[in-house]
Design a protein around this ligand. Structure first.
Ligand code: EPU
Length: 334
């Protein structure tokens, strides 16, 4: 375990923001993770996963612990089902590809999401009709203060839309070291409810592999590849508003798309709202709004975190003024 000082984080956040960590260590085993958490000389400790949901607006003080634990193992299986454990530092999409190569179903709709396995439960990643919670079996996490290990079941994790116990009540208390997934070997649960998947599939069979290909082509057509253009996926959450407010908005904006919620409220796409205000493709310096998806903010090269944040705040103020809706950031802003 090697300690670095003034370590650049540019390659470790998908926005490609040039910030540093005052002190930095990459941990490759549970023992190293415990050792790093135990380093008493650093009062503040920041846990860095895949850096795909993070906007750095300032240097990281204290110690930045980068989770680099690797490994994928089948821990239980029968004829139909398999439980696979992946260590927190595995790249999410590489892990999805590995499961598909083994013939396991369940993760295909979540193909090509940037980030690592360990952070996937924190915000209950989701795309094309599937959320992490649907295939989550459990996860293993360390209590940051007494360094004991604990297993969280799906119930313990309290998943919600882009949310979990780890983002709410348990925020800052635990470090996830591994996640266990319940996948299928046969009788796959296929979800092609998202219209664009059906279109991309054409007359191909709905196998997990074909769905993954469809999802990959949809994502590649709409979402920028962080390796080419810095970004953090959706910058804001889709807001959930009351039915009364939605009905009122419809009188002025009859084309406003909507996703009714079980409790009667209505989720509306933030991308649509931002697009209506003419932000799509806008660029201020090196900070911009993606040309093909208004919910995605991008770094054209040398934008600072502050510049991206200023653009985000401008969008929030405009959406508030025009629609009386407060957009909440999905990305963690530091
Ligand atoms: N729309 C526009 N203009 C835009 C963008 C979207 O009019 O610039 C409209 C679309 O036409 C559509 C609606 O808004 O009617 C929704 O758009 P889309 O299907 O692209 O999905 P989204 O709601 O913008 C969410 C997730 C994505 C996920 C997709 C597909 C959130 C915050 N985002 O985006 O997740 O990939 O659905 O399931 O829930 C992420 O979280 O980082 C992410 C990329």
């Amino acid at each position: 375990m090697k300690l670095h000082t003034q370590h650049s984080l540019k390659a470790l956040n998908t926005f490609g923001i040039d910030q540093t960590a005052e002190n930095f260590v990459a941990v490759e085993s549970k023992e190293e993770l415990k050792e790093a958490l135990n380093l008493a000389k650093f009062e503040q400790k920041f846990i860095l996963g895949g850096g795909s949901n993070l906007l750095l607006t300032q240097p990281i003080k204290g110690l930045c612990i980068h989770i680099a634990l690797k490994g994928i193992n089948v821990i239980q299986e029968d004829d139909k089902t398999v439980i696979v454990e992946a260590m927190a530092g595995e790249n999410w999409h590489d892990f999805v590809c590995w499961t598909l190569e083994q013939g396991y179903g369940g993760l295909e709709n979540l193909s090509l999401i940037p980030g690592n396995v360990g952070t996937s439960p924190i915000q209950n990643i989701g795309a094309y009709g599937v959320e992490l919670k649907d295939i989550f079996e459990s996860c293993t996490a360390f209590d940051r203060h007494n360094l004991t290990q604990r297993t969280f079941t799906r119930e313990d994790a309290q998943f919600g839309y882009r949310s979990s116990f780890f983002k709410t009540k348990g925020k800052g208390q635990y470090v996830i070291s591994a996640v266990q997934f319940r996948l299928t070997k046969k009788g796959h649960v296929i979800n092609t409810s998202y219209g664009a998947i059906k279109e991309a599939l054409g007359n191909k069979e709905s196998t997990p592999q074909n769905i993954a290909h469809a999802v990959i082509s949809i994502r590649q057509s709409k979402l920028p590849n962080p390796a080419e253009l810095g970004n953090s996926g959706s910058f804001f959450k889709n807001p959930i508003i009351s039915k009364a407010q939605f009905d009122q908005l419809l009188t002025t904006f009859p084309k406003l798309p909507s996703y009714p919620q079980e409790n009667g409220e209505v989720k509306v796409p933030a991308g649509w709202l931002i697009d209506q205000l003419g932000f799509k493709g806008k660029r201020i310096g090196d900070a911009g709004v993606h040309k093909k998806q208004a919910l995605v903010l991008v770094n054209y090269g040398n934008a600072s975190g502050q510049e991206i944040l200023a653009l985000a705040q401008k969008i929030q103020a405009n959406v508030k003024e025009s629609f009386n809706i407060s957009l909440e950031a999905e990305v963690n802003i530091l």
